[in-house]
Design a protein around this ligand. Structure first.
Ligand code: BDP
Length: 334
């Protein structure tokens, strides 16, 4: 009797250990360069919460913000390609190094306004870009677009025309088209500087400025180094949430769970946009209060910037003329 009891006990023990192993969650990391409380960081955390909820705890995503995991987005992308990193929220700019078509949706002066961009991203063009990312050999999966406002130059001197940009060294994202944009404006592009190192590079004189939206200019502290914020609004570069096909495969995430991950990501877009709108205003107010000199441009001055960068449409957009036309067509409604 005692023997039978012992055997039953052992079997039960083995079974429960087995069950415990089976329910052990799959843990994956998400890399984010922005600080806690930044709209994309909040959206990443919301994404992680939704994934855990939808997969009933099978998948747990740990969000590493502030660039603590990867301070450079190109490095995060490389890690995803080889399956060392599960997820990242990055700017669309460096993703174009893997999927060049992405440049067609971030050309300078492409959108009339924010609503125009969202009509494109949430329509056929935006979805086809996400599909192209997955279809490319990059091993990246495009999950969702987020807002990032528009990008303007911030410099150590006042500038109101491309002519005055001559001689300035400007940090730009790691993307050939963005590099060319700076060259066409007569300045010198500098790449290879992550968003957390811009401030120190301005302070040490390696660069004379950079370009970004209000919240990045504010939260990275760059406004303390480059006082002039020029309202030239040259690009709208969306943010993108990505997954790594290789990492998901390595972690044995099921196809059904990948579907749930995609759903969860889409559901966080409206959340991010709401947070973005709040933060954009807050950051603008904060830097103005701290003494940033905001330089508005007249319609004529703006046109000079737009004209200077126009050759990019031929140099980088000639293969994507149908996409660009479609975007311009959508723009007629705005
Ligand atoms: C910010 C994006 C961030 C980029 C950064 C940059 O949110 O993802 O890393 O620009 O310029 O607007 O590198």
């Amino acid at each position: 009797m005692k023997k039978l009891f012992a055997v039953v006990l052992i079997v039960v023990l083995i079974m429960s250990i087995g069950a415990m192993a089976a329910t052990k969650p799959i843990k994956l990391k998400l890399s984010e360069v922005h600080i806690a409380g930044y709209p994309t960081t909040l959206a990443d955390q919301e994404f992680a919460r939704l994934v855990k909820e939808k997969t009933k705890g099978r998948i747990v995503i740990d969000v590493y913000h502030g660039g603590t995991l990867y301070g450079s987005e190109p490095e995060a992308l490389e890690a995803m390609v080889v399956g060392e990193l599960g997820f990242a929220r990055v700017s669309a700019s460096p993703v174009a190094n893997f999927v060049p078509e992405i440049n067609a949706i971030q050309l300078p002066y492409l959108y009339k306004n924010k609503d125009h961009m969202w009509a494109v991203l949430n329509g056929k063009v935006g979805q086809s870009m996400l599909d192209k990312i997955q279809a490319s050999k990059s091993g990246l999966i495009g999950l969702a677009w987020y807002d990032s406002g528009s990008r303007c130059f911030y410099l150590t001197k006042k500038v109101t025309s491309p002519k005055e940009m001559a001689g300035l060294k400007i940090r730009v994202q790691d993307n050939k088209m963005m590099v060319r944009m700076i060259e066409l404006l007569g300045a010198t592009p500098v790449t290879g500087i992550g968003p957390n190192d811009i401030y120190s590079n301005i302070m040490s004189g390696v660069i004379n400025g950079a370009e970004n939206n209000w919240p990045t200019y504010h939260t990275k502290g760059d406004y303390k180094a480059a006082k002039y914020y020029i309202l030239d609004h040259h690009t709208r570069v969306p943010e993108i949430l990505l997954a790594s096909e290789a990492a998901l495969k390595k972690a044995k995430v099921s196809d059904a769970d990948i579907k749930l991950i995609k759903q969860a990501a889409k559901e966080t877009q409206a959340f991010e946009i709401k947070e973005w709108e709040k933060m954009e205003k807050k950051s603008e107010q904060a830097v103005r209060a701290e003494g940033t000199i905001v330089v508005p441009l007249t319609a004529q001055q703006m046109e000079a910037f737009q004209k200077a960068v126009e050759p990019i449409y031929k140099e980088f957009g000639s293969q994507y003329t149908s996409i660009i036309k479609e975007i311009e067509e959508i723009g007629k409604k705005f």
